[in-house]
Ligand binder design. Structure first.
Ligand SMILES: Cc1cc2nc3c(=O)[nH]c(=O)nc-3n(C[C@H](O)[C@H](O)[C@H](O)COP(=O)(O)OP(=O)(O)OC[C@H]3O[C@@H](n4cnc5c(N)ncnc54)[C@H](O)[C@@H]3O)c2cc1C
Length: 378
């Protein structure tokens, strides 16, 4: 039986482990942090939240993961709107394609915990938390762990995030740049009831957005230049968020906040012929603007698993690389076009984006196509 070693038990690595186990492979999952399902559960939402589109929610249901997710830690949304710098708004609704929702907002920790809980049920899965690889012997396909255990592998999957040690061990180069912007995330308790709708507004300094988490709880997102957020005190953050969001939301109180630098990066290759492959942020990290990071990672897993089921290893890895490079680079280019187009000081790119949105809003079949793409059916 093929032995798959997965490095990184975050969202993408843990979901890959479930998918591989369901396909009958022998799986070992290595995570350098503590086991997520042995951490105490907090009533409060963590700041790391993902929007998972409907098609991936259905995939997680098929894997048996979704039923294990704490229902207080996800929220379905049925609407999405985008407002340009020139104040044109386009609304997308699940109802336009006769669907009950576009996707869900889910706490990353709750989803990872659910994956690990499911993994414990499999006899063909070994979970190793607080474990790292000390030595990579890729030619002979064996690994020495920091607990002095030796593992042989047929396939080594790097799901260890943007600073991938697996990519470095396989000498897979990365290309990327910093956007020189930070994304500030805050959890806010909102007095007025919230609609089950996510929205994003573009302005000169950078976009701001709201993700609904329940009827009175939201994740507020505010992108600004690196220097603005990295030096801001809590009082300055609270004041800035109130100035931005209170006119739309009314009164709210902030529970917590944090900011992250924005970086774009992609691996120059997705696999190595010694039986190494990269998935998720290890292969590509993109601008979080459209909430596609985890979604792309989940599609990596689906493509890799169906390629492995259909052909022998080397052919499967080539198929995976060919398909996913195309999909992921297309999404990265689209994010860049939106990022630079919306931010531009020049009227022409801004007008193009605005006119494009207006045109989309008027043409029903195109709009339906876009909504379906947002739900994962591209
Ligand atoms: C501000 C922000 C907002 C975002 N919002 C969204 C969103 O709304 N929707 C969305 O889809 N995506 C979003 N993303 C992107 C999303 O968070 C990432 O795409 C996603 O977390 C990638 O998952 P991953 O499992 O590939 O990597 P990670 O989440 O980075 O997980 C990697 C795992 O590997 C472990 N690890 C690392 N190195 C080693 C090692 N050497 N040995 C063993 N284990 C190791 C880590 O401990 C971790 O558990 C956002 C990102 C940012 C920065």
């Amino acid at each position: 039986m093929m032995h798959i070693v997965i490095v990184g038990g975050g969202l993408v690595g843990a979901a890959a482990a479930v998918a591989a186990a369901r396909q009958g492979y022998q799986v070992t999952l290595l995570e350098r942090g503590a086991a997520p399902d042995h951490q105490p559960v907090s009533q409060e939402w963590d700041l790391r939240i993902s929007s998972v589109h409907q098609k991936n929610v259905e995939w997680l249901e098929q894997l048996g993961v979704w039923t294990q997710v704490d229902s207080a830690k996800y929220f379905s949304y049925a609407g999405l709107s985008v407002t340009t710098r020139d104040r044109q708004t386009v609304e997308f609704a699940a109802a336009d394609v006769a669907a009950p929702r576009l996707g869900v907002m889910v706490e990353n920790d709750a989803l990872v915990r659910a994956c690990w809980q499911v993994l414990r049920e499999f006899e063909n899965v070994t979970l190793r938390a607080e474990t790292e690889i000390k030595t990579y012997e890729l030619e002979s396909q064996h690994l020495l762990l920091n607990n002095d255990e030796t593992l042989l592998f047929d396939l080594l999957i790097g799901a260890d995030g943007a600073n991938s040690a697996v990519a470095r061990a396989a000498e897979i180069g990365m290309r990327g740049w910093d956007y020189d912007m930070r994304c500030l995330l805050a959890i806010a308790e909102v007095e007025q009831p919230l609609a089950a709708k996510t929205w994003e507004v573009f302005r000169a300094e950078g976009p701001y957005a709201l993700l609904p988490l329940n009827d009175h709880l939201a994740c507020l997102i505010d992108y600004r230049a690196e220097a603005v957020w990295s030096d801001a005190s809590t009082e300055q953050v609270e004041q800035a968020l109130h100035e931005t969001f209170a006119p739309v939301l009314g009164a709210f109180t902030l529970q917590k906040h944090a900011s992250f630098p924005l970086r774009r990066q992609r691996a120059l290759r997705y696999f190595d012929s010694r039986g190494v492959v990269l998935i998720g942020d290890a292969a590509h990290s993109i601008h979080p603007l459209a909430g596609q990071g985890v979604n792309l990672g989940f599609v990596d897993v689906q493509t890799l698993m169906s390629a492995l089921a259909a052909s022998e290893l080397r052919t499967a890895l080539k198929t995976y690389e060919r398909k996913q490079t195309l999909v992921n680079q297309q999404m990265m280019r689209m994010m860049d076009a939106i990022h630079f187009g919306f931010r531009s000081e020049h009227l022409l790119p801004r007008l193009a984006v605005g006119l494009g949105l207006q045109a989309v809003a008027k043409i029903k079949p195109i709009k339906q196509q876009i909504i379906k793409a947002a739900m994962g059916w591209s």
